[in-house]
Design a protein around this ligand. Structure first.
Ligand code: PA5
Length: 528
């Protein structure tokens, strides 16, 4: 296509949302009219499925759950008056709690104000809050947030050491929908232990965000934690940013959560339309379908040209891959669906992997995110008539053009500023696009059996570790790995046991390996 035809295609396909000052450009995805016509009936069905989901259908059949994240920003959509009231009440409770913390009406024992937050959670209970904190928190927020999103002891130590003398004025949010995720539980126990070792009472510093009746809920109630906020059964982890999971940390950091909700609602209104060209989520979903042939054959590279949106790619990685990466479709056929997502930020990545994007294996499509306003206030010139922001803009345009010229497709999202309203809108946009795409390829986008399988496998390893330690406790002679495996009742697990004892030895946990560490079969395991 020559440049005049491309300019025309740009104008033909440009989507603009006036209220949100949001642009979506799919003109550099090379689909044609025949593709659009082929997609229309599929899309119409996906729209209807999405309407049913919004209306309270059991859209997550495996877990027999409704999927109601849309109700969080428009409670009137919720299927019962009780739910509508509960959503509104939780929002009010979050605002009141944050206001009281800011005003010092809720404060830690012996100190006038909370200064910091430790947020403990993982996956959907961490990625949204992390993205929003980076995108929107003021440079000097009323409370500084720190995340523990892993069971890595060194990572936990880093946060605890950094906060050391501020622990007494740190509010601890423990976020887990199920209330039983081991990484989150471990983080909570380690943080509680750190408080106790300093003689600080943990409960007046601790807040739970969790499902009613979960283990975490029970712990919070029985120990008299400062507060508990609900996580609803009908909101999935990766779509929970507009529930207490995302809103409480945001409000505590001084982020305008009403604006986030308003932006998400505006986007929901736009993306519930049944017309492709008037629905940006549908435009994204069919573009993804086109790129990967409805089978995820191409990866999605997300490149926001704005430092504060750095974590958007990581947030989307989970939203898209945990939702769409499924072995079975809704009819039980083996389909191995998904779209791989990665990215970081422009122009930084132009000095890293964009070389491969431009010239190497063409197994991706890009999503470029542009923010029109460079900064608040004037910019100095870095060359005559040119600012740093002009460079950023030029580099984005240049990358889009260079990719296209080399047969690499891209989608461009343009926003005016990074503010709470547009961040809410972006979250809502991608939530809907993932939902629509899930329906287009006939999979359940709202469960995560693979994650559960990983958790079970980890529990089995820890169970084996327990048996190994028991055998060693009862044995006084050195044992080979295969003898140890036999005695632990797991003769096929010699490799797993080798890894367990190697880890125990490295941490001086009463196990010593004798022999050549590079030749596991020669090793003897002894107590020590
Ligand atoms: O999106 C999801 O459902 C998951 O990523 C969960 O958020 C994650 O496993 C953490 O679960 P929970 O909030 O129950 O601790």
């Amino acid at each position: 296509m020559d440049s005049a035809a491309l300019w025309q295609r740009y104008q033909d396909w440009l989507y603009y949302h006036e209220g949100l000052q949001f642009y979506l450009d799919v003109s550099r995805m090379r689909f044609d009219q025949a593709f659009v016509e082929k997609m229309e009936p599929l899309l119409e069905k996906a729209f209807k499925d999405m309407d049913a989901l919004e209306g309270g259908a059991i859209a997550n059949p495996d877990e027999n759950r409704m999927v109601g994240h849309y109700w969080l920003r428009n409670p009137q959509l919720a299927p019962t008056p009780e739910l509508q009231t509960e959503i509104a009440k939780t929002l009010k409770d979050i605002e009141t709690f944050a206001q009281k913390v800011h005003a010092g009406e809720i404060h830690p024992p012996g100190t006038s104000k909370f200064t910091d937050i430790i947020s403990i959670g993982i996956g959907g209970s961490a990625l949204g809050p992390q993205f929003v904190a980076q995108a929107l928190a003021p440079i000097f927020p009323p409370l500084q947030i720190h995340f523990i999103d892993n069971t890595d002891p060194t990572g936990i130590d880093t946060i605890l050491t950094k906060l050391d003398d501020r622990l007494s004025s740190t509010l601890v949010l423990v976020i887990s929908k199920s209330g039983g995720t081991p990484e989150t539980r471990n983080g909570m126990i380690e943080v509680k232990t750190a408080y106790e070792s300093k003689g600080i009472d943990f409960a007046p510093h601790a807040v739970a965000i969790t499902g009613k009746g979960s283990n975490l809920d029970k712990i919070a109630q029985s120990q008299g934690w400062l507060a508990t906020f609900p996580m609803y059964d009908w909101v999935g982890g990766r779509t929970s940013e507009m529930s207490a999971v995302g809103l409480l940390p945001a409000a505590l950091q001084g982020i305008d959560i009403r604006q986030m909700l308003a932006g998400a609602k505006e986007m929901d209104d736009a993306t519930s339309k049944h017309l492709l060209r008037e629905n940006p989520a549908a435009l994204l979903a069919i573009s993804w379908y086109f790129a990967g042939n409805g089978k995820g054959e191409k990866d999605m590279v997300v490149l926001p040209y704005k430092d504060s949106l750095l974590l958007f790619s990581r947030y989307l990685q989970q939203l898209v891959m945990e939702s769409l990466g499924k072995e079975k479709d809704l009819d039980g056929n083996t389909v191995y669906q998904g779209i791989a997502v990665y990215g970081n930020k422009g122009s930084t990545d132009q000095h890293a992997y964009v070389q491969q994007l431009r010239e190497g294996v063409p197994n991706f499509f890009a999503t470029l995110i542009e923010v029109l306003e460079d900064r608040s206030g004037d910019s100095p010139e870095v060359e005559a008539g040119v600012t740093s922001g002009d460079y950023l803009s030029g580099l984005l345009q240049g990358t889009r053009k260079a990719l296209y010229e080399n047969q690499r497709d891209s989608i461009s999202v343009t926003i005016t500023q990074v503010n709470p309203r547009i961040v809410g809108a972006l979250i809502a946009l991608y939530e809907r696009a993932v939902g629509l795409y899930g329906f287009l390829v006939n999979i359940n986008a709202y469960h995560q059996p693979g994650v559960e399988a990983g958790k079970k496998a980890a529990a089995a390893v820890l169970d084996l570790q327990g048996r190994v330690m028991q055998v060693l406790k009862e044995t006084s002679v050195p044992l080979s790995l295969s003898d140890l495996a036999d005695k632990a009742g797991a003769p096929e697990e010699a490799e797993a046991i080798y890894k367990i004892v190697r880890h125990l030895q490295a941490n001086q946990r009463g196990v010593v390996l004798q022999g050549d560490l590079g030749k596991p079969s020669s090793l003897k395991v002894v107590k020590g």
